[in-house]
Design a protein. Structure first.
Length: 318
């Protein structure tokens, strides 16, 4: 239903949540998704998807009902639950849409990932997409290869307030977010990544395969054990990435890296709290071309603490 008509007819249901969206386009549609609703159905009948009383049953179907670049909005109900097991079971492939999960704590909309053989479980393929307030948990006993796969050319993506959670020691998400090459001006903010299994096979939380311009990672918490480093941006030089206001812990005693950068990357690392488990401690693999402002680093093995100003490679890697 068009936003302007929706507010006229169902204002009591939508006004409270629209305040967090900003100013949507006048021709934007708003869709409602609730897997637990009695009358939920994935049907293009003009009735379902327009209200909480008759919502769509799945988020993927709601995405398919959106129109590109009209500012369409999908609201996902508190307590929504879905298990994904195939390649791109959830395919967010319409440009210009905003997906907002409602609810906090255990009521955050939750997607459980299963199937290690799946190429991916959640795929993002489009420009100007925003995804807010969803919880993504591991659900396969052998681990899940990939959580979110961002396809080449998906520029101006915003991931805001996502929670990635490992449910048991073996139900890992080996890579939480993978950015394909040339996904420019993406922002990952206010996200929480938890991997509690010491000695796990988790490679990294965020990986970037090639060139990316102006990636921003802001106000995120990373806590766990990663064998390649927590944020792995080492594949190629990236144009001016910014990592700021983050808490990063990697207890892995062998790898122990927090941030991995290409030697040619000119990054801004600002106000990060970093703790590593490697004995000789590598908070950041290479910052020789980067600027570091007021970062705090510590090592489990030595309980050493360092404060960096305008860092060289020695300041953050020893």
């Amino acid at each position: 239903m068009l936003l302007k008509n929706l507010i006229d007819k169902y204002s009591s249901e939508v006004v409270a949540v629209l305040a967090s969206i900003g100013v949507p386009l006048p021709e934007a549609s708003v869709f409602f998704v609730d897997s637990g609703a009695t009358n939920a159905q994935d049907a293009a009948d003009g009735e379902h998807g327009n209200t909480w009383s008759r919502p769509f049953a799945t988020l993927d179907y709601a995405v398919g009902r959106c129109t590109a670049d009209q500012g369409d909005i999908i609201l996902v109900a508190p307590g929504y639950a879905e298990t994904l097991s195939g390649a791109a079971d959830l395919d967010i492939d319409v440009s210009g849409i905003t997906i907002i999960g409602l609810g906090t704590g255990s009521l955050m909309p939750t997607f459980t990932l299963g199937g290690i053989d799946a190429a991916t479980t959640i795929e993002i393929n489009g420009d100007n997409i925003t995804v807010k307030n969803l919880r993504i948990v591991g659900g396969d006993t052998d681990g899940t290869t990939l959580g979110i796969n961002v396809i080449t050319g998906s520029d101006y993506l915003t991931l805001d307030g996502l929670v990635f959670w490992e449910t048991t020691a073996t139900m890992e998400i080996f890579t939480c977010i993978s950015l394909a090459d040339k996904t420019d001006q993406c922002t990952i903010k206010n996200c929480h990544f938890m991997n509690g299994a010491t000695g796990s096979n988790v490679a990294a939380i965020i990986t970037a395969s090639d060139e990316h311009d102006y990636l921003v990672i802001d106000n995120c918490v990373f806590m766990g054990d990663w064998i390649d480093g927590v944020i792995d941006l080492n594949a190629a030089a990236i144009v001016y990435p910014t990592i700021k206001n983050c808490i990063i812990q990697n207890v892995d005693a062998t790898a122990g890296n927090a941030i991995m950068l290409n030697a040619a990357t000119v990054a801004m690392l600002i106000n990060n709290m970093i703790a590593t488990g490697k004995g000789d401690g590598y908070a950041v693999s290479d910052v020789s071309a980067s600027f570091c402002i007021q970062n705090y680093t510590g090592e489990v093995a030595t309980n050493a603490i360092a404060v960096t100003g305008n860092a060289t490679s020695t300041d953050l890697s020893s």
